[in-house]
Design a binder for this molecule. Structure first.
Ligand code: SF4
Length: 345
C-alpha cells in the first residue's frame, strides 16, 4: 500500500464537492454519497478506479464529511435520506468509520446508512460495532464462491471466502442487510454467479427475508482510468439484461433491480455553478491529486474540481496556490463531478 497519504480536514482548502474521488456527491436523489478515503486492501484486476495504485492517497476527516452531509440534508429535506459510503477504496480501512456512522445516523432525516466493501476485513467484533453504530446495509463485492477465482480476479494470494461467508451469516444475524454485488465477467464467472444466486436462495430458504439478503449483479464495464481484465470483452447492455432475464426465469428470483427497489427517488439538487464542457474557468490549485498528472483545484469555498495536467507538466508543490485558467472537459449536471484540463491549448 502506498504510504503517501494526504489528510483532509476542515482547515484544508479542498472543497468537499466536485471531485469524483473524495468528499460528498449529490446525484439529485435522496441518496447522499460519501467518499471518505482512497486506500484499498486489494488491487483487483478489474477495478474501474484503479484503487491500490495511487501515488497519493486521501483520507477525509469524519467531522468535515458529517458537516457537509448536514448542509446537503437540509437542502434536500430532512426526511427519507440514505447515506451511501462508497469510496474509491475499502471502507473498512477508514479508522473513523464507527464515529462517522454514528454521527451520520444522528442527522435529522437519515433513515438508511449503507456502505460498499469487499468484506475481507470483516470480523464478529467489527460487525457488532457496525450494528451498534447504525449501519443498515452492506454491499459486498463477492464475485465467486471459489477462492481460486477470487484470487485471480482480485489479484491476491489469499482470499478467505469461507471466512467471508461466515461473516455474511453474522451480518444477517445482527440484522444488517447484505447485498451481494458480483460483477459478471462474460466467459469467466457465469457459473460462479449462479452459485451466488443459489446461496441467496438458500439464505432466504432458511428465513432471511428478501430485504435482508439481496443480490445485485453488476455489468463489467471498462473505464479509461480503470484496470481491465485483458482477455474479457464486455457485452452490450441488451445482452446483459437478456442473461439476467434467463437467470431470473431459471431461479425464480428478481435480478434486475432499479432505483425503486432501493427506495431511491428524485430530490432537490444542491445548486452549483452551471458549468459546461469547454467552459474556461479560473481555478486555484490547492492540492496534489492521486497521480502525478492530476491535481485538485478550488472554484469557490464549496466546489472543487479535478484537474488533469497535460504532458509534459506534472504536479509539483510549486503549483500550490497558483491561479490558472483551465478548460472543463467533463461537467455532469446530474452529479456535479467536474474535470478540467490544463494547459488547454
Ligand atoms: S474493485 Fe474495490 S476492492 Fe477491488 S481494488 Fe477496486 S476498490 Fe479495492
Amino acid at each position: 500500500m502506498n504510504e503517501d497519504i494526504k489528510y483532509i480536514d476542515i482547515k484544508s482548502e479542498i472543497p468537499l464537492m466536485g471531485v469524483d474521488f473524495l468528499g460528498v456527491i449529490d446525484r439529485g436523489t435522496n441518496i447522499i454519497e460519501v467518499k471518505p478515503l482512497t486506500l484499498c486492501n486489494l488491487r483487483c484486476k478489474y477495478c474501474f478506479v484503479s484503487s491500490g495504485d495511487y501515488k497519493t492517497n486521501f483520507i477525509v476527516n469524519s467531522h468535515s464529511l458529517v458537516e457537509k452531509v448536514k448542509e446537503i440534508a437540509k437542502i434536500k429535506g430532512n426526511y427519507d435520506l440514505e447515506i451511501h459510503l462508497a469510496p474509491y477504496g475499502e471502507m473498512l480501512l477508514y479508522k473513523e468509520l464507527f464515529k462517522l456512522l454514528n454521527n451520520l445516523s444522528e442527522i435529522e432525516g437519515v433513515s438508511t446508512i449503507s456502505m460498499q466493501s469487499n468484506g475481507l476485513l470483516l470480523s464478529k467484533n467489527i460487525i457488532e460495532k457496525l450494528k451498534k453504530n447504525h449501519l443498515t446495509r452492506i454491499n459486498i463485492s463477492l464475485n465467486s464462491l471459489k477462492e481460486a477465482t477470487d484470487c485471480y480476479l482480485c489479484d491476491c494470494a489469499h482470499y478467505d471466502v469461507n471466512k467471508l461467508l461466515r461473516n455474511i451469516y453474522t451480518l444477517l444475524d445482527c440484522n444488517i442487510q447484505v447485498l451481494l454485488a458480483p460483477v459478471w465477467f462474460p466467459g469467466e464467472n457465469k457459473k460462479d454467479i449462479e452459485e451466488i444466486i443459489e446461496l441467496v436462495l438458500k439464505l432466504r430458504g432458511v428465513g432471511y427475508s428478501k430485504q435482508q439478503i439481496q443480490i445485485g449483479i453488476q455489468k463489467y464495464l471498462i473505464y479509461k482510468t480503470g484496470r481491465t481484465l485483458k482477455k474479457i470483452k464486455p457485452k452490450s447492455w441488451d445482452y446483459f439484461y437478456l442473461q439476467l432475464s434467463k437467470l431470473e426465469k431459471k431461479y425464480s428470483i428478481k435480478l434486475k433491480l432499479g432505483p425503486r427497489d432501493f427506495g431511491i427517488h428524485k430530490r432537490t439538487h444542491v445548486s452549483t455553478m452551471d458549468l459546461k464542457k469547454d467552459d474556461l474557468l479560473k481555478i486555484k490549485i490547492v492540492s496534489r491529486g492521486r497521480w502525478m498528472n492530476e491535481c485538485i483545484g478550488k472554484i469557490n469555498d464549496t466546489l472543487g474540481i479535478k484537474i488533469l495536467l497535460k504532458k509534459p507538466i506534472v504536479f509539483s508543490e510549486q503549483l500550490i496556490g497558483k491561479v490558472i485558467v483551465a478548460k472543463i472537459i467533463k461537467a455532469n449536471y446530474r452529479d456535479n463531478i467536474l474535470t478540467a484540463i490544463f494547459p488547454y491549448k
